[in-house]
Design a binder for this molecule. Structure first.
Ligand SMILES: Cc1cc2nc3c(=O)[nH]c(=O)nc-3n(C[C@H](O)[C@H](O)[C@H](O)COP(=O)(O)O)c2cc1C
Ligand code: SF4
Length: 442
């Protein structure tokens, strides 16, 4: 019989009390002394309301370098990572588990488009797998982005992989239960896997075995330094323009098979493009967010003036039109991968309804992740785990665009906020599910 959302799941040596996880999202906790407390405020409600697993948003292994968005919390400082004990304790006290997401953005580093950040950190360079691909060089030439690239030598790739292992050991000491890698979303991992970005002629380039090698070396570094389960997103570039080299469906499935064989404890296959565009989130054109006059000056400061703001806005609108919302948009891919691997497959992207989640479990996937709806309903698991509920989030992306200007991730659609408040008044989030008793932690 297929499991339902409330059934436990084993991931490597770790038992999760159920199959619902909070997907990694930007928390805007920053690098200051209050970072851990901000993360507790953001993530503890998911644990308290019953989620089995909380995936913290990306934490760059080199702090400011390779940082994909404003407000991330760098895992480059051992004291900062140790301070996360407050967060891991808070999650464990509520019976859930927590993974951090070790990250490096490579060319997807936000100083390439964020003028204030570039001005504050003029020495930042972007570590690259190879020279940027031509579409990015065109954007650089017309001034939409501005690169200052350093291609990683073979030794530098191994050194970076070793840093992932070291940070994972710090995370384990701080009480994290597992490591999630930013394998997709145009991260450096994604850039290694992608034939558009990766034109190397050493052991990290060439065929799929070479392009997947960075994932494998990082996995081995983490396993050599910790006992933690390791999970990664795997980008399958089915949404890429046909004329560009890309990881197609067959190669993406083969990559998942390789990574399972290499020892990954769970995989999160996602359909995407090679670019940081709306394929990662899909959904409506966020007109309300772009048009908010109170934010215009912030956008102009971030993007470097009104002309560049208008250019970025036009590109974002085009991209959003190409990638409209589809419920459970990664489910078909997950189903095929799940048939080929013997580790759990996590499905994320457009999952909103309890009935749909139960239908996918044991068929297309073993666990389901929910992202943006947590901005609208921080205690959403209380509803999903206790009844045939549907998240109130409308996937409109009004919460996403303001984050480029450094604003926190929170629901910005008044009708949705009103609905959440109505549910609050009715007590819909008051009851944690019956089996949310704390799991024993070591
Ligand atoms: C604002 C924002 C930040 C995100 N940050 C991350 C991240 O740090 N790491 C990651 O792997 N995915 C990130 N994602 C992608 C989500 O984990 C998820 O895959 C995506 O939002 C689709 O799920 P949803 O439809 O439930 O929101 C982010 C998404 C959003 C909207
Ligand atoms: S603004 Fe609110 S409704 Fe729209 S995607 Fe974000 S959380 Fe969902």
């Amino acid at each position: 019989m297929s499991p339902t959302l409330d059934a436990p799941l084993q991931v490597g040596g770790l038992r999760l009390r159920n199959r619902l996880y909070r997907a990694p999202l930007l928390e805007h906790a920053g690098n200051g002394p209050e970072a851990a407390d901000r993360l507790v405020a953001e993530l503890e409600p998911a644990a308290a309301s019953g989620a089995g697993l909380v995936m913290q948003g990306a934490t760059p292994v080199r702090g400011y370098e390779g940082c994909a968005a404003p407000g991330m919390t760098g895992f480059d400082d051992p004291d900062r990572v140790a301070s996360m004990r407050r967060l891991t304790d808070a999650v464990h006290e509520r019976g859930a588990r927590i993974f951090c997401q070790l990250a490096h953005g490579g060319l997807r580093s936000f100083e390439v488009w964020h003028h204030e950040h570039r001005a504050a950190h003029p020495d930042l360079t972007q570590r690259a797998v190879s020279r940027p691909p031509w579409p990015l060089r065109v954007l650089d030439a017309v001034g939409v982005v501005s690169f200052d690239v350093e291609v990683l030598s073979t030794d530098a790739v191994y050194a970076l992989a070793a840093e992932f292992g070291e940070r994972a050991a710090w995370a384990e000491a701080a009480g994290y239960d597992g490591i999630h890698l930013t394998g997709a979303n145009t991260s450096l991992f994604h850039q290694f896997l992608s034939p558009l970005y990766n034109r190397r002629d050493d052991e990290f380039g060439g065929d799929l075995a070479g392009r997947a090698r960075f994932f494998e070396v990082v996995h081995d570094e983490i396993s050599a330094n910790t006992d933690l389960p390791v999970v990664t997103k795997v980008p399958v570039e089915t949404e890429a323009p046909r004329f560009l080299p890309h990881v197609d469906w067959d190669e993406g499935v083969a990559a998942c098979e390789r990574l399972a064989a290499a020892g990954y404890d769970a995989l999160v296959p996602v359909r995407t493009t090679p670019f940081w565009d709306a394929s990662i989130i899909k959904g409506a054109v966020p007109e309300r967010a772009w048009a908010d006059a109170s934010l215009t000056s912030r956008y102009e400061r971030a993007f470097g003036g009104p002309v560049r703001f208008r250019a970025v806005r036009a590109l974002a609108k085009l991209s959003a039109r190409r990638h409209g919302f589809e419920p459970a948009w990664n489910a078909d891919l997950c189903r095929v991968v799940r048939d080929r691997v013997d580790v759990p497959v996590f499905c994320v992207g457009g999952l909103r309804e309890r009935a749909e989640m139960d239908a996918l479990l044991g068929d297309a996937c073993d666990a389901v992740g929910v992202g943006r709806p947590f901005y609208a309903e921080p205690r959403l698991p209380a509803r999903l785990l206790t009844g045939d509920a549907r998240a109130v989030c409308e996937s409109c992306n009004n919460c996403v665009v303001p984050q480029a200007a450094g604003l926190p991730g929170t629901c910005r659609t008044p009708s949705v906020v009103r609905e959440r408040m109505r549910l609050e008044r009715e007590g819909a989030y008051d009851t944690a599910p019956a089996d949310s008793e704390p799991e024993p932690t070591d």
